[in-house]
Design a protein around this ligand. Sequence first.
Ligand SMILES: C[S@@+](CC[C@H](N)C(=O)[O-])C[C@H]1O[C@@H](n2cnc3c(N)ncnc32)[C@H](O)[C@@H]1O
Length: 215
Amino acid sequence: MSTSVQQQNRQHFDVIAAEWDDSPRRRELATGVAAAIAETLPLQAHWHALEYGCGTGLVGAALAPRLGRLLACDVSPGMLSVLAGKARAAGLDQLQTRVLDLTSEPPPAERFDLIFSSMTMHHIPDVPALLRTFHGMLKPGGWLALVDLDTEDGGFHGKDVPGVMHHGFDRIALQDDLRAAGFVQTGARTAHTVSRTADDGRVSHYPVFLITARA
Ligand SMILES: C[S@@+](CC[C@H](N)C(=O)[O-])C[C@H]1O[C@@H](n2cnc3c(N)ncnc32)[C@H](O)[C@@H]1O
């Protein structure tokens, strides 16, 4: 099951990669997320960080100047290609990209001070398994920052987006999963709220959480 879900994700995001950054809603969300992470965590200029599900790097490119090295990982080569072009143009030498799917591949050998992931966990079939993998990839005391939707009714993506495995997450339950995976000092806050207007003019608000924890 996991393989076909990730093939769907790869194909879907490869197709939309070139237009991903055109959306003001996505750019605003990423700006809010990057600011929330920078306010919440004691980012250090010597940190070696990994972003999981980086997409075109709307969050990662904003945080990279605050970090020593950033390995930006995604299942979609198309999304990574957009990010690599932006990083080159901006002279972000500390940022490297890598195709990586931790649901079907072993983690990199190196250990990280920080792993962060924005709006990707809802594409992951087995979230507790990925949290255990993240824990093993962090240095002792290293930080994890997870950003995603609070539990919603499915209206955020609608019916047309493939590979959506979760309609958001319950913050308490996700922190329980983090502790079960070995994390400590878990905390949660709202990073941003996305507002969407339906065809009938009805406006829906989707809060996006930032959950942090330490290995
Ligand atoms: C909703 S987009 C978010 C992209 C980016 N984080 C942002 O905030 O703009 C989800 C991203 O997760 C990636 N993704 C989905 N499943 C993945 C997996 N199993 N491993 C790595 N990346 C995955 C997709 O390719 C896509 O780039």
